[in-house]
Design a protein around this ligand. Structure first.
Ligand SMILES: C[S@@+](CC[C@H](N)C(=O)[O-])C[C@H]1O[C@@H](n2cnc3c(N)ncnc32)[C@H](O)[C@@H]1O
Length: 257
């Protein structure tokens, strides 16, 4: 499909979804006036991340002080079933991130309430829920509908094991609509994991919205912080010394509050 056809189809798909009109307005604004937001300060961010980075294992053992067993070894049967579910999905979405870190920050905080933005196949949801269900906790997730796909068969979250789904509240709107709905239900969290809109401005809005909702001693995590300088600038503005984890050539930022 060429670019013009894709833009036209996307626009028409949005027009059929009045609940997504606010996001359509934001996308039009961003594409006309704010195209550089995705990569703003990338070079500066990458240098900073590289200087601070530790491994997943190093962070879990030395900072969280927990014995490290990789997530896929802790839940081998559920993990194998999740891989099969992903293989069966006809759509291509974002893949798994630092699953062990996500699992262990939920364990470390004994989380009863976790919020995440960005679900895709649901790998991060699976990792958070694997910890949360053992305490009867709840995961609140936000992800946009995949607007160009057949909405009758939705693959968002398809790798999340069936037995975890009673503990999962999935909100299918853009974050700017989902997060107020989530916060109306639950206002304080043990863990926040940000992995959705990666633009500089999208991150700053969400970081400011969510950081205050993490309890003292809780954990705030953001993926792909080397994409632009939003996480770095957010930490500098608040005098925070975060942890940076390198995983698969990308960086995740962690703040223990
Ligand atoms: C990298 S994927 C998430 C991967 C997931 N956290 C994991 O580790 O398995 C990013 C997701 O964010 C969603 N997303 C992007 N912008 C968004 C927005 N403004 N509001 C809500 N979801 C958004 C996309 O639809 C996509 O599914």
């Amino acid at each position: 499909m060429n670019k013009i056809a894709e833009i036209t189809l996307t626009f028409v798909a949005y027009l059929k979804r009045p609940d997504l009109y606010p996001e359509l307005r934001r996308k039009i604004w961003k594409n006309i006036f704010n195209r550089s937001s995705g990569l703003r300060g990338k070079e500066e961010a990458e240098k900073w991340c590289a200087a601070l980075a530790v491994s997943e294992k190093g962070f879990i053992e030395n900072v969280l002080k927990m014995p490290f067993v990789p997530f896929e070894r802790l839940f081998p049967n559920e993990f194998a079933a999740a891989l099969q579910a992903q293989a069966k999905a006809p759509v291509k979405m974002g893949g798994a991130g630092a699953l062990s870190v996500i699992y262990y920050i939920n364990e470390y905080t004994n989380s009863g309430n976790t919020v995440e933005t960005g679900v895709a196949y649901g790998w991060s949801s699976f990792a958070a829920l694997a910890s949360l269900v053992s305490r009867g906790g709840t995961l609140y997730s936000s992800d946009m509908p995949y607007i160009l796909q057949d909405q009758s068969s939705d693959f968002v979250g398809c790798v999340v094991p069936e037995k975890y789904r009673l503990n999962w509240r999935l909100f299918r709107f853009a974050d700017k609509e989902s997060l107020p709905k989530i916060l109306a239900e639950q206002n304080i969290f043990d863990v926040v994991h940000y992995d959705s809109d990666k633009s500089y401005d999208g991150r700053i809005w969400a970081y400011n919205t969510l950081f205050g909702k993490v309890r003292n001693g809780g954990v705030f995590m953001s993926d792909d912080i080397g994409d632009n300088a939003a996480f770095k600038h957010f930490c500098e503005a608040r005098n925070i010394n975060p942890y940076v984890i390198e995983f698969d050539g990308k960086y995740a930022g962690i703040i223990i509050k």
